[in-house]
Design a protein around this ligand. Structure first.
Ligand code: HEM
Length: 504
Protein backbone atom coordinates (compact mmCIF):
# COMPACT_ATOMS: atom_id res chain seq x y z
CA UNK A 1 0.00 0.00 0.00
CA UNK A 2 1.34 3.43 -0.88
CA UNK A 3 1.90 6.23 1.60
CA UNK A 4 -0.01 9.38 0.79
CA UNK A 5 1.42 12.85 0.88
CA UNK A 6 -0.86 15.72 0.14
CA UNK A 7 0.48 18.34 -2.19
CA UNK A 8 -1.17 21.60 -3.07
CA UNK A 9 -4.42 21.89 -5.01
CA UNK A 10 -6.79 19.00 -5.46
CA UNK A 11 -4.10 16.65 -6.63
CA UNK A 12 -2.60 14.78 -3.72
CA UNK A 13 0.68 13.06 -4.46
CA UNK A 14 0.90 9.39 -3.75
CA UNK A 15 4.32 7.95 -3.10
CA UNK A 16 4.48 4.27 -3.76
CA UNK A 17 6.66 1.74 -1.98
CA UNK A 18 8.95 1.68 -5.02
CA UNK A 19 9.58 5.38 -4.37
CA UNK A 20 7.92 6.62 -7.57
CA UNK A 21 5.88 9.75 -6.77
CA UNK A 22 2.67 10.03 -8.70
CA UNK A 23 0.17 12.85 -8.96
CA UNK A 24 -3.44 11.88 -9.38
CA UNK A 25 -6.55 13.88 -10.00
CA UNK A 26 -9.35 13.27 -7.45
CA UNK A 27 -11.22 10.71 -9.58
CA UNK A 28 -8.03 8.74 -10.23
CA UNK A 29 -7.23 8.99 -6.56
CA UNK A 30 -10.55 7.40 -5.68
CA UNK A 31 -9.92 4.53 -8.13
CA UNK A 32 -6.47 4.09 -6.62
CA UNK A 33 -8.00 3.69 -3.18
CA UNK A 34 -10.56 1.19 -4.42
CA UNK A 35 -7.69 -0.85 -5.79
CA UNK A 36 -6.10 -1.00 -2.34
CA UNK A 37 -6.57 -3.98 0.01
CA UNK A 38 -9.47 -2.28 1.79
CA UNK A 39 -10.99 -1.45 -1.57
CA UNK A 40 -14.07 -3.59 -0.99
CA UNK A 41 -15.14 -1.50 1.99
CA UNK A 42 -14.33 1.66 0.11
CA UNK A 43 -16.49 0.64 -2.85
CA UNK A 44 -19.40 0.24 -0.43
CA UNK A 45 -18.68 3.64 1.06
CA UNK A 46 -18.46 5.14 -2.41
CA UNK A 47 -21.75 3.58 -3.48
CA UNK A 48 -23.55 5.13 -0.52
CA UNK A 49 -21.61 8.31 -1.15
CA UNK A 50 -24.55 10.73 -0.96
CA UNK A 51 -25.56 9.26 2.42
CA UNK A 52 -22.02 9.00 3.74
CA UNK A 53 -21.28 12.59 2.84
CA UNK A 54 -24.51 13.95 4.27
CA UNK A 55 -23.46 16.72 6.58
CA UNK A 56 -25.78 19.31 8.08
CA UNK A 57 -28.19 18.72 5.17
CA UNK A 58 -25.58 19.20 2.46
CA UNK A 59 -23.59 17.03 0.09
CA UNK A 60 -20.33 18.79 0.59
CA UNK A 61 -17.36 16.67 -0.26
CA UNK A 62 -17.96 15.58 -3.84
CA UNK A 63 -15.07 13.47 -5.00
CA UNK A 64 -12.44 15.20 -2.94
CA UNK A 65 -13.12 13.64 0.45
CA UNK A 66 -9.80 13.39 2.28
CA UNK A 67 -8.69 9.77 2.56
CA UNK A 68 -9.65 7.75 5.60
CA UNK A 69 -10.69 4.28 6.69
CA UNK A 70 -13.93 3.06 5.16
CA UNK A 71 -16.65 2.51 7.71
CA UNK A 72 -20.09 1.08 8.32
CA UNK A 73 -22.74 2.62 6.00
CA UNK A 74 -24.82 3.88 8.93
CA UNK A 75 -22.26 4.39 11.71
CA UNK A 76 -19.28 5.41 9.59
CA UNK A 77 -16.12 5.12 11.70
CA UNK A 78 -18.02 5.59 14.95
CA UNK A 79 -17.38 2.08 16.29
CA UNK A 80 -13.69 2.60 15.62
CA UNK A 81 -13.72 5.98 17.37
CA UNK A 82 -15.52 4.78 20.51
CA UNK A 83 -13.70 1.41 20.37
CA UNK A 84 -9.98 1.18 19.53
CA UNK A 85 -9.55 4.97 19.37
CA UNK A 86 -11.13 5.53 22.77
CA UNK A 87 -7.92 4.61 24.58
CA UNK A 88 -5.01 6.81 23.59
CA UNK A 89 -6.63 8.44 20.54
CA UNK A 90 -3.43 10.49 19.92
CA UNK A 91 -1.55 7.26 19.11
CA UNK A 92 -4.39 5.67 17.14
CA UNK A 93 -4.84 8.80 15.01
CA UNK A 94 -1.08 9.07 14.47
CA UNK A 95 -0.91 5.52 13.13
CA UNK A 96 -3.93 6.17 10.88
CA UNK A 97 -2.03 9.20 9.54
CA UNK A 98 0.86 6.91 8.57
CA UNK A 99 -1.54 5.11 6.23
CA UNK A 100 -3.84 7.90 5.06
CA UNK A 101 -1.63 10.96 5.22
CA UNK A 102 -1.46 14.20 7.21
CA UNK A 103 -5.09 15.11 6.51
CA UNK A 104 -7.51 12.23 6.88
CA UNK A 105 -11.24 12.01 7.42
CA UNK A 106 -13.39 9.99 9.80
CA UNK A 107 -17.15 9.85 9.58
CA UNK A 108 -19.12 9.73 12.84
CA UNK A 109 -22.62 8.44 12.25
CA UNK A 110 -24.57 10.09 9.48
CA UNK A 111 -24.10 13.71 10.32
CA UNK A 112 -20.57 14.33 11.55
CA UNK A 113 -17.27 14.35 9.73
CA UNK A 114 -13.96 14.80 11.48
CA UNK A 115 -10.71 15.78 9.76
CA UNK A 116 -7.52 14.77 11.52
CA UNK A 117 -4.48 16.96 10.92
CA UNK A 118 -1.10 15.39 11.72
CA UNK A 119 1.71 17.41 10.12
CA UNK A 120 3.21 20.80 10.92
CA UNK A 121 2.43 22.10 7.41
CA UNK A 122 -1.23 21.04 7.60
CA UNK A 123 -1.52 22.41 11.17
CA UNK A 124 -0.11 25.72 9.97
CA UNK A 125 -2.75 25.82 7.27
CA UNK A 126 -5.50 24.96 9.76
CA UNK A 127 -4.53 27.13 12.74
CA UNK A 128 -2.75 30.04 11.10
CA UNK A 129 -3.94 30.56 7.53
CA UNK A 130 -7.50 29.50 8.41
CA UNK A 131 -7.41 30.82 11.97
CA UNK A 132 -10.69 32.72 11.73
CA UNK A 133 -12.55 29.95 9.92
CA UNK A 134 -11.48 27.38 12.53
CA UNK A 135 -11.85 29.61 15.57
CA UNK A 136 -14.69 27.61 17.11
CA UNK A 137 -13.93 25.00 19.71
CA UNK A 138 -15.43 21.61 18.84
CA UNK A 139 -17.16 20.88 22.14
CA UNK A 140 -17.90 17.20 22.83
CA UNK A 141 -21.38 16.68 24.16
CA UNK A 142 -20.02 15.68 27.59
CA UNK A 143 -18.43 19.08 28.08
CA UNK A 144 -21.55 21.11 27.34
CA UNK A 145 -22.64 21.51 31.00
CA UNK A 146 -19.22 22.89 31.93
CA UNK A 147 -19.05 25.21 28.96
CA UNK A 148 -22.53 26.53 29.65
CA UNK A 149 -21.65 27.08 33.31
CA UNK A 150 -18.20 28.51 32.88
CA UNK A 151 -17.34 31.49 30.72
CA UNK A 152 -13.60 31.96 30.29
CA UNK A 153 -13.19 34.25 33.25
CA UNK A 154 -10.17 32.58 34.74
CA UNK A 155 -8.08 32.76 31.58
CA UNK A 156 -7.88 36.52 32.00
CA UNK A 157 -6.51 36.32 35.56
CA UNK A 158 -3.82 33.81 34.57
CA UNK A 159 -2.75 35.36 31.28
CA UNK A 160 -2.60 39.13 31.81
CA UNK A 161 0.70 40.67 32.90
CA UNK A 162 -0.98 42.19 35.97
CA UNK A 163 -2.59 38.89 36.91
CA UNK A 164 0.76 37.12 36.64
CA UNK A 165 2.42 39.70 38.89
CA UNK A 166 -0.24 39.07 41.54
CA UNK A 167 0.35 35.33 41.23
CA UNK A 168 4.18 35.49 41.51
CA UNK A 169 4.51 35.66 45.33
CA UNK A 170 1.90 32.92 45.76
CA UNK A 171 3.72 30.74 43.23
CA UNK A 172 7.09 31.25 44.89
CA UNK A 173 5.73 30.62 48.40
CA UNK A 174 3.97 27.39 47.43
CA UNK A 175 6.99 26.17 45.40
CA UNK A 176 9.11 26.76 48.49
CA UNK A 177 6.57 24.83 50.57
CA UNK A 178 6.85 21.92 48.11
CA UNK A 179 10.66 21.96 48.34
CA UNK A 180 10.40 21.94 52.15
CA UNK A 181 7.95 19.03 52.08
CA UNK A 182 10.23 16.97 49.77
CA UNK A 183 13.28 17.61 51.93
CA UNK A 184 11.32 16.55 55.00
CA UNK A 185 10.33 13.34 53.17
CA UNK A 186 13.99 12.40 52.64
CA UNK A 187 14.44 8.64 52.18
CA UNK A 188 10.71 7.89 51.77
CA UNK A 189 9.10 7.18 48.36
CA UNK A 190 6.94 10.07 47.17
CA UNK A 191 4.13 10.04 44.62
CA UNK A 192 5.41 12.97 42.54
CA UNK A 193 2.07 13.61 40.88
CA UNK A 194 0.24 13.96 44.19
CA UNK A 195 2.86 16.24 45.70
CA UNK A 196 3.02 18.56 42.68
CA UNK A 197 -0.73 18.42 42.15
CA UNK A 198 -1.42 19.44 45.75
CA UNK A 199 0.94 22.38 45.37
CA UNK A 200 -0.65 23.52 42.10
CA UNK A 201 -4.14 23.25 43.59
CA UNK A 202 -3.04 25.35 46.54
CA UNK A 203 -1.56 27.98 44.19
CA UNK A 204 -4.85 28.20 42.32
CA UNK A 205 -7.03 28.14 45.41
CA UNK A 206 -4.93 30.91 46.97
CA UNK A 207 -5.24 33.04 43.86
CA UNK A 208 -8.98 32.46 43.89
CA UNK A 209 -9.95 32.48 47.53
CA UNK A 210 -6.80 32.78 49.67
CA UNK A 211 -7.07 29.29 51.13
CA UNK A 212 -5.23 25.96 50.81
CA UNK A 213 -7.42 23.08 49.70
CA UNK A 214 -4.77 20.39 50.05
CA UNK A 215 -2.63 19.33 52.99
CA UNK A 216 0.59 18.06 51.35
CA UNK A 217 1.44 15.81 54.27
CA UNK A 218 -1.81 13.82 53.91
CA UNK A 219 -1.48 12.15 50.53
CA UNK A 220 -4.55 10.82 48.74
CA UNK A 221 -7.15 11.93 51.26
CA UNK A 222 -8.09 15.37 50.03
CA UNK A 223 -11.74 16.12 49.82
CA UNK A 224 -11.34 18.54 46.94
CA UNK A 225 -9.51 15.94 44.85
CA UNK A 226 -12.26 13.43 45.58
CA UNK A 227 -14.77 15.89 44.17
CA UNK A 228 -12.94 16.90 41.04
CA UNK A 229 -11.62 13.52 39.82
CA UNK A 230 -15.05 11.99 38.97
CA UNK A 231 -15.92 15.08 36.90
CA UNK A 232 -12.67 14.82 34.93
CA UNK A 233 -13.08 11.09 34.35
CA UNK A 234 -16.61 11.53 33.03
CA UNK A 235 -15.53 14.40 30.75
CA UNK A 236 -12.87 12.31 29.08
CA UNK A 237 -15.33 9.65 27.85
CA UNK A 238 -16.84 10.05 24.37
CA UNK A 239 -20.60 10.41 24.25
CA UNK A 240 -22.99 8.82 21.80
CA UNK A 241 -24.47 12.32 21.26
CA UNK A 242 -21.26 13.38 19.51
CA UNK A 243 -22.34 11.25 16.58
CA UNK A 244 -26.12 11.19 17.06
CA UNK A 245 -27.21 14.58 18.47
CA UNK A 246 -30.84 13.44 18.53
CA UNK A 247 -29.99 11.12 21.49
CA UNK A 248 -29.28 14.21 23.62
CA UNK A 249 -32.57 14.21 25.59
CA UNK A 250 -31.92 10.61 26.71
CA UNK A 251 -28.35 11.44 27.67
CA UNK A 252 -29.59 14.35 29.79
CA UNK A 253 -31.63 12.02 31.98
CA UNK A 254 -29.62 8.81 32.00
CA UNK A 255 -26.21 9.24 30.40
CA UNK A 256 -22.93 10.91 31.12
CA UNK A 257 -24.39 14.43 30.96
CA UNK A 258 -26.57 13.51 33.90
CA UNK A 259 -23.64 12.03 35.82
CA UNK A 260 -21.45 15.08 35.13
CA UNK A 261 -24.16 17.43 36.31
CA UNK A 262 -24.47 15.41 39.55
CA UNK A 263 -20.71 15.53 40.17
CA UNK A 264 -20.54 19.25 39.33
CA UNK A 265 -23.40 19.92 41.73
CA UNK A 266 -21.32 18.39 44.56
CA UNK A 267 -18.31 20.47 43.53
CA UNK A 268 -20.36 23.66 43.48
CA UNK A 269 -21.80 22.78 46.90
CA UNK A 270 -18.23 22.49 48.20
CA UNK A 271 -17.56 25.98 46.87
CA UNK A 272 -20.89 27.42 47.93
CA UNK A 273 -20.91 26.05 51.48
CA UNK A 274 -17.22 25.56 52.17
CA UNK A 275 -15.80 28.69 50.66
CA UNK A 276 -18.38 31.25 49.60
CA UNK A 277 -20.62 31.11 52.67
CA UNK A 278 -17.61 31.49 54.94
CA UNK A 279 -16.44 34.38 52.80
CA UNK A 280 -19.79 36.06 52.84
CA UNK A 281 -19.95 35.68 56.62
CA UNK A 282 -16.63 37.51 56.98
CA UNK A 283 -16.34 41.18 56.16
CA UNK A 284 -12.59 40.89 55.42
CA UNK A 285 -11.18 41.98 52.08
CA UNK A 286 -8.89 39.18 50.84
CA UNK A 287 -7.76 40.90 47.65
CA UNK A 288 -8.12 37.67 45.67
CA UNK A 289 -10.10 36.67 42.63
CA UNK A 290 -13.07 35.53 44.69
CA UNK A 291 -13.54 39.11 45.69
CA UNK A 292 -14.33 39.86 42.06
CA UNK A 293 -15.49 36.58 40.54
CA UNK A 294 -18.17 34.06 41.25
CA UNK A 295 -16.40 30.91 42.36
CA UNK A 296 -19.06 28.88 40.59
CA UNK A 297 -17.52 29.97 37.27
CA UNK A 298 -14.04 29.45 38.53
CA UNK A 299 -14.58 25.90 39.71
CA UNK A 300 -14.85 24.27 36.36
CA UNK A 301 -11.74 26.02 35.02
CA UNK A 302 -9.54 24.85 37.90
CA UNK A 303 -9.12 21.41 36.47
CA UNK A 304 -7.25 22.46 33.35
CA UNK A 305 -4.67 24.59 35.17
CA UNK A 306 -4.10 22.04 37.86
CA UNK A 307 -3.62 19.00 35.70
CA UNK A 308 -1.70 20.45 32.75
CA UNK A 309 0.95 21.90 35.07
CA UNK A 310 1.13 18.78 37.20
CA UNK A 311 1.49 16.30 34.34
CA UNK A 312 4.19 18.39 32.68
CA UNK A 313 6.30 18.50 35.86
CA UNK A 314 5.68 14.79 36.31
CA UNK A 315 6.73 13.93 32.73
CA UNK A 316 9.87 16.06 33.07
CA UNK A 317 10.79 14.21 36.29
CA UNK A 318 10.09 10.86 34.65
CA UNK A 319 12.35 11.67 31.68
CA UNK A 320 15.12 12.96 33.96
CA UNK A 321 14.98 9.85 36.14
CA UNK A 322 15.03 7.73 32.97
CA UNK A 323 18.10 9.68 31.71
CA UNK A 324 20.47 10.14 34.68
CA UNK A 325 23.04 12.01 32.55
CA UNK A 326 20.43 14.73 31.79
CA UNK A 327 19.42 14.79 35.46
CA UNK A 328 23.08 15.45 36.37
CA UNK A 329 23.23 18.34 33.89
CA UNK A 330 20.12 20.03 35.22
CA UNK A 331 21.03 19.65 38.91
CA UNK A 332 24.57 20.89 38.18
CA UNK A 333 23.07 23.97 36.53
CA UNK A 334 20.85 24.58 39.58
CA UNK A 335 23.78 24.18 41.97
CA UNK A 336 25.97 26.57 39.96
CA UNK A 337 23.33 29.23 39.44
CA UNK A 338 21.51 29.13 42.80
CA UNK A 339 24.44 28.24 45.03
CA UNK A 340 23.46 28.06 48.67
CA UNK A 341 20.02 29.70 48.40
CA UNK A 342 17.39 27.32 49.68
CA UNK A 343 14.50 28.28 47.44
CA UNK A 344 14.04 29.12 43.76
CA UNK A 345 12.58 32.49 42.77
CA UNK A 346 10.91 33.38 39.50
CA UNK A 347 13.78 35.80 38.76
CA UNK A 348 16.22 32.82 38.85
CA UNK A 349 14.57 31.17 35.85
CA UNK A 350 16.40 33.11 33.15
CA UNK A 351 19.69 31.78 34.58
CA UNK A 352 18.56 28.21 33.94
CA UNK A 353 18.60 27.57 30.15
CA UNK A 354 19.07 23.82 30.45
CA UNK A 355 16.10 23.48 32.81
CA UNK A 356 14.01 25.52 30.37
CA UNK A 357 15.15 23.24 27.53
CA UNK A 358 14.09 20.21 29.60
CA UNK A 359 10.58 21.70 29.93
CA UNK A 360 10.37 22.41 26.18
CA UNK A 361 11.54 18.93 25.22
CA UNK A 362 9.06 17.46 27.72
CA UNK A 363 6.20 19.35 26.07
CA UNK A 364 7.35 18.20 22.62
CA UNK A 365 7.20 14.53 23.58
CA UNK A 366 4.34 14.74 26.06
CA UNK A 367 2.05 17.69 25.23
CA UNK A 368 -0.42 17.91 28.11
CA UNK A 369 -3.20 18.61 25.59
CA UNK A 370 -2.25 16.33 22.67
CA UNK A 371 -5.32 16.90 20.49
CA UNK A 372 -6.82 20.28 19.59
CA UNK A 373 -10.51 20.07 18.63
CA UNK A 374 -11.80 22.87 16.37
CA UNK A 375 -14.82 23.31 14.17
CA UNK A 376 -15.04 24.98 10.74
CA UNK A 377 -17.41 27.95 10.96
CA UNK A 378 -17.04 29.48 7.49
CA UNK A 379 -17.71 28.56 3.89
CA UNK A 380 -15.06 28.09 1.21
CA UNK A 381 -12.40 26.67 3.51
CA UNK A 382 -9.78 24.37 2.06
CA UNK A 383 -7.12 22.27 3.76
CA UNK A 384 -4.39 20.45 1.88
CA UNK A 385 -6.32 21.04 -1.33
CA UNK A 386 -9.55 19.53 0.00
CA UNK A 387 -12.66 21.68 0.26
CA UNK A 388 -13.81 21.52 3.86
CA UNK A 389 -17.48 22.32 4.46
CA UNK A 390 -18.82 24.54 7.21
CA UNK A 391 -19.51 22.52 10.37
CA UNK A 392 -16.73 19.96 9.88
CA UNK A 393 -14.80 19.00 13.01
CA UNK A 394 -11.02 19.33 12.76
CA UNK A 395 -8.68 17.66 15.24
CA UNK A 396 -5.02 18.72 15.20
CA UNK A 397 -2.78 15.99 16.59
CA UNK A 398 -0.02 17.93 18.40
CA UNK A 399 1.42 14.69 19.75
CA UNK A 400 2.00 13.36 16.22
CA UNK A 401 3.47 16.69 15.08
CA UNK A 402 5.92 16.72 18.01
CA UNK A 403 7.19 13.27 16.97
CA UNK A 404 7.21 13.72 13.19
CA UNK A 405 10.28 11.82 11.98
CA UNK A 406 10.50 14.06 8.92
CA UNK A 407 11.02 17.07 11.14
CA UNK A 408 12.76 16.03 14.36
CA UNK A 409 16.08 14.15 14.30
CA UNK A 410 15.79 11.14 16.68
CA UNK A 411 12.16 12.13 17.15
CA UNK A 412 11.36 9.58 19.90
CA UNK A 413 14.38 10.44 22.03
CA UNK A 414 14.52 12.88 24.94
CA UNK A 415 17.15 15.45 23.86
CA UNK A 416 16.69 18.81 25.67
CA UNK A 417 19.89 20.04 23.99
CA UNK A 418 17.95 20.59 20.75
CA UNK A 419 16.26 23.58 22.40
CA UNK A 420 19.44 25.28 23.61
CA UNK A 421 20.30 28.57 21.94
CA UNK A 422 23.32 28.24 19.67
CA UNK A 423 22.48 24.71 18.64
CA UNK A 424 22.76 24.56 14.88
CA UNK A 425 19.69 22.61 14.01
CA UNK A 426 16.59 22.43 16.17
CA UNK A 427 14.73 20.43 13.57
CA UNK A 428 15.37 19.09 10.12
CA UNK A 429 13.70 22.21 8.81
CA UNK A 430 16.29 24.29 10.63
CA UNK A 431 13.73 26.37 12.50
CA UNK A 432 11.03 25.75 15.07
CA UNK A 433 8.22 27.82 13.58
CA UNK A 434 5.06 25.74 13.35
CA UNK A 435 6.60 22.39 14.18
CA UNK A 436 6.60 23.24 17.89
CA UNK A 437 3.21 24.38 19.13
CA UNK A 438 2.38 22.60 22.40
CA UNK A 439 -0.01 25.46 23.29
CA UNK A 440 -1.84 25.55 19.96
CA UNK A 441 -2.01 28.68 17.82
CA UNK A 442 -4.20 31.44 16.51
CA UNK A 443 -6.97 33.17 18.37
CA UNK A 444 -7.76 30.08 20.49
CA UNK A 445 -4.15 29.64 21.60
CA UNK A 446 -3.84 28.55 25.24
CA UNK A 447 -4.30 31.57 27.55
CA UNK A 448 -2.29 29.74 30.23
CA UNK A 449 0.89 29.72 28.13
CA UNK A 450 2.63 32.56 30.00
CA UNK A 451 1.60 31.22 33.39
CA UNK A 452 2.91 27.77 32.41
CA UNK A 453 6.21 29.25 31.19
CA UNK A 454 6.71 30.50 34.76
CA UNK A 455 5.05 27.89 36.92
CA UNK A 456 6.35 24.65 35.37
CA UNK A 457 10.08 25.58 35.41
CA UNK A 458 9.70 27.07 38.91
CA UNK A 459 8.03 23.94 40.30
CA UNK A 460 10.48 21.62 38.52
CA UNK A 461 13.45 23.62 39.84
CA UNK A 462 11.96 23.52 43.37
CA UNK A 463 11.56 19.75 43.15
CA UNK A 464 15.16 19.28 41.98
CA UNK A 465 17.18 21.93 43.83
CA UNK A 466 19.09 20.50 46.79
CA UNK A 467 17.31 17.15 46.48
CA UNK A 468 18.82 14.01 45.01
CA UNK A 469 16.24 11.70 43.49
CA UNK A 470 16.42 7.90 43.35
CA UNK A 471 14.09 5.31 41.91
CA UNK A 472 12.34 3.15 44.56
CA UNK A 473 13.34 -0.43 45.41
CA UNK A 474 16.58 -0.28 43.44
CA UNK A 475 14.69 0.02 40.12
CA UNK A 476 16.93 0.62 37.07
CA UNK A 477 16.11 3.66 34.87
CA UNK A 478 15.55 1.40 31.83
CA UNK A 479 12.88 -0.54 33.76
CA UNK A 480 10.70 2.55 34.20
CA UNK A 481 7.29 2.44 32.55
CA UNK A 482 6.97 5.64 30.49
CA UNK A 483 3.83 4.61 28.62
CA UNK A 484 1.07 7.21 28.51
CA UNK A 485 -2.68 7.31 29.02
CA UNK A 486 -4.90 10.02 27.61
CA UNK A 487 -7.80 10.97 29.83
CA UNK A 488 -8.44 14.67 30.27
CA UNK A 489 -4.74 15.30 29.70
CA UNK A 490 -1.84 13.11 28.61
CA UNK A 491 -0.70 11.36 31.76
CA UNK A 492 1.77 8.65 32.72
CA UNK A 493 -0.01 5.29 32.69
CA UNK A 494 1.87 4.27 35.85
CA UNK A 495 2.09 6.98 38.55
CA UNK A 496 5.67 8.09 39.08
CA UNK A 497 7.15 7.24 42.47
CA UNK A 498 10.64 8.28 43.47
CA UNK A 499 12.65 8.78 46.64
CA UNK A 500 13.96 12.26 47.51
CA UNK A 501 17.22 12.28 49.41
CA UNK A 502 18.37 15.55 50.95
CA UNK A 503 22.14 16.00 50.90
CA UNK A 504 23.61 15.99 54.40
C1 HEM B 1 1.54 22.52 30.27
C2 HEM B 1 0.59 23.40 30.29
C3 HEM B 1 -0.45 23.61 29.23
C4 HEM B 1 -0.52 23.13 27.95
C5 HEM B 1 0.46 22.20 27.22
C6 HEM B 1 -1.74 23.67 27.37
C7 HEM B 1 -2.15 23.43 26.08
C8 HEM B 1 -3.32 23.94 25.54
C9 HEM B 1 -3.74 23.74 24.17
C10 HEM B 1 -2.98 22.91 23.13
C11 HEM B 1 -4.91 24.38 24.01
C12 HEM B 1 -5.73 24.45 22.72
C13 HEM B 1 -5.24 25.67 21.94
C14 HEM B 1 -5.79 25.78 20.55
O1 HEM B 1 -6.92 25.39 20.28
O2 HEM B 1 -5.05 26.28 19.67
C15 HEM B 1 -5.25 25.00 25.27
C16 HEM B 1 -6.39 25.76 25.49
C17 HEM B 1 -6.71 26.33 26.70
N1 HEM B 1 -5.91 26.37 27.83
FE1 HEM B 1 -4.11 25.52 28.03
N2 HEM B 1 -2.37 24.44 28.32
C18 HEM B 1 -1.63 24.44 29.46
C19 HEM B 1 -1.88 25.12 30.63
C20 HEM B 1 -2.98 25.91 30.83
C21 HEM B 1 -3.20 26.71 32.01
C22 HEM B 1 -2.23 26.81 33.17
C23 HEM B 1 -4.40 27.35 31.86
C24 HEM B 1 -5.10 28.34 32.76
C25 HEM B 1 -4.51 29.23 33.47
C26 HEM B 1 -4.94 26.94 30.58
C27 HEM B 1 -6.14 27.36 30.09
C28 HEM B 1 -6.60 27.05 28.82
C29 HEM B 1 -7.90 27.47 28.31
C30 HEM B 1 -8.98 28.27 29.08
C31 HEM B 1 -7.96 27.03 26.97
C32 HEM B 1 -9.10 27.23 25.98
C33 HEM B 1 -8.84 28.49 25.17
C34 HEM B 1 -9.93 28.73 24.15
O3 HEM B 1 -10.68 27.83 23.82
O4 HEM B 1 -10.03 29.88 23.66
N3 HEM B 1 -4.04 26.10 29.99
N4 HEM B 1 -4.26 24.74 26.18
Amino acid sequence: MGKREHGSGNTPKITRRDGEPQTLDPKEKLKERVAQPNGMELQIATKIGPLACFHKGRLPWGNTTPPGPAGNPLLGNLLYVIGPLRNNPHRGLASLAETYGPILSLRLGLTRTLLVVSSAAAAHEALSKNDGALAARLVPDNLQPAVEAAPLVIGAGFSSARGLDVIRPILERRAGQLAGYLRASSGKPVNIREAVNGTVLNIISNVLFSEDVVDLSVQGTQMFKGLIVPVLEEWSKPSVCDAFPSFAPLEHFLGSRHRISTHLAKLYKFFDQGIIERRLASSENHNDLLDVLLARYAASKLSRQEITTTVTVQWAMAQLLRHPEKMKKVTAELATQLGSSDFVMESDLNKLPYLQAVVKETLRLHPAVPLIPREVIADDVSLGGFDVPNGTGVVVNLWAIGRDKNVWPHAEEFIPERFLAGQEVHTMLGKLDFVYRPFGAGRRVCPGMEYTARSVPLLLASVLHKVEWRLPDGMAPEDMDLSDRYGTVLNLATPLRAVPVSPV
